[in-house]
Design a protein around this ligand. Structure first.
Ligand code: FAD
Length: 310
């Protein structure tokens, strides 16, 4: 992750500022506020603002007049009950706003989540930074033969080096052409005063998908959990999963009781279909069940065995 001196200074100034408030705050999240958590080679996630805490979930569920919190164990029990039974609206009472720097191809997956409020850096208005994501060697993998959406073995030796060279050269050449078409440097000065330069909104179409973009992204806790359940999952692409994992750390600091309930009932849980549950019941009764007489197709059978750790 590379922050310029002025960006680092702005973050330091924001962190030095103190404001008095009657609103509840969360010391563990206050400690992280504004700070950029590094993700991938040039990306980051940072919490810009938040509203609510564990107690706000409880307060909304009880529709209480004041904070109305009881013992931590009672609040935890209620939050876990709400999570278990998909009583979702109390979680919507908490909101969080992130600033994210991410490669464009990751942003395309991320933007599919429609329940957030987004404002992206405008490449019509401003010039994108000369920063592209280049996977580290251990993440440069072949296409999986078992899963069309997954990765197989890591590339090695000359093949890995050649792929990295191509990624770097293509991104660099496209960015150089972008800068040449714009005919301006990062400060807005003309590179060649005899040329007009192409409009920013057109020149950007030449950039590679590993170029970094940025956005502010605001969402309520219920929908954040939905995003994290899909994107912190092993099926998600590594490059978006690492963002979800960084955000999980912020959620743990912010709402530790809700976070633990989410880990227990969503992230670390599996859903069994009614036929799968029937198979588990037969197994528990001591019956030897195989796929052919399970009523499950081969894929469901494999998923059930994986869920049971078989
Ligand atoms: C591993 C993985 C692989 C994927 N592969 C593909 C792929 O190959 N191709 C592809 O196109 N996408 C793919 N996606 C994206 C996926 O189909 C969803 O678009 C994305 O995960 C957002 O999920 P969502 O719609 O539940 O979330 P959100 O947009 O965050 O919405 C949250 C929830 O709000 C409700 N909601 C929101 N908007 C509406 C609406 N307009 N109408 C009704 N209900 C609504 C739904 O209940 C939804 O679940 C993939 C996602 C994952 C995690």
């Amino acid at each position: 992750m590379s922050l310029t001196e002025s960006q680092a200074a702005e973050i330091a100034a924001a962190r030095a500022h103190r404001a008095e408030t009657r609103r509840p705050t969360v010391p563990a999240l206050e400690a992280m506020l504004f700070e950029a958590l590094p993700v991938l080679d040039h990306g980051f996630v940072r919490v810009i603002d938040y509203m609510g805490d564990d107690a706000a979930i409880v307060q909304a569920a009880r529709v209480s007049y004041g904070r109305g919190t009881r013992r931590v164990s009672e609040d935890a029990g209620l939050i876990r009950y709400l999570m278990r039974h998909r009583h979702s609206t109390p979680f919507e009472m908490c909101e969080v706003k992130y600033h994210v720097k991410l490669p464009i191809f990751v942003a395309r997956q991320w933007i599919r989540h429609r329940t957030a409020n987004v404002n992206e850096y405008s490449a019509r208005y401003s010039i994108l930074d000369r920063e592209f994501y280049l996977p580290s060697p251990e993440h440069l993998a072949a296409q999986s033969v078992a899963n069309r959406q997954g990765r197989g073995d890591v590339l090695t030796g000359d093949e890995a080096a050649h792929v990295l060279d191509m990624l770097r050269e293509d991104a660099t050449r496209c960015y150089d052409h972008y800068a040449e078409m714009l005919n301006e440097d990062a400060a807005g000065e003309a590179l060649d005063p005899s040329r007009q330069g192409l409009a920013r909104e057109l020149a950007r179409m030449n950039l590679t998908l590993n170029t970094y973009t940025q956005w502010y992204w605001k969402i309520d806790l219920y929908n954040l959990f939905h995003f994290l359940s899909l994107r912190a999952d092993a099926h998600a692409q590594y490059e978006i999963r690492v963002y979800a994992e960084a955000m999980l750390r912020t959620v743990e600091a912010w709402v530790p009781l809700a976070y633990q309930a989410f880990r227990d009932y969503r992230l670390g849980a599996v859903t069994l279909s009614a036929p799968m549950l029937a198979v588990v019941r037969r197994m528990l009764a001591g019956e030897a069940v195989d796929q052919a007489d399970s009523g499950l197709n081969r894929r469901e059978w494999a998923e059930l065995l994986a869920a049971l750790g078989q």
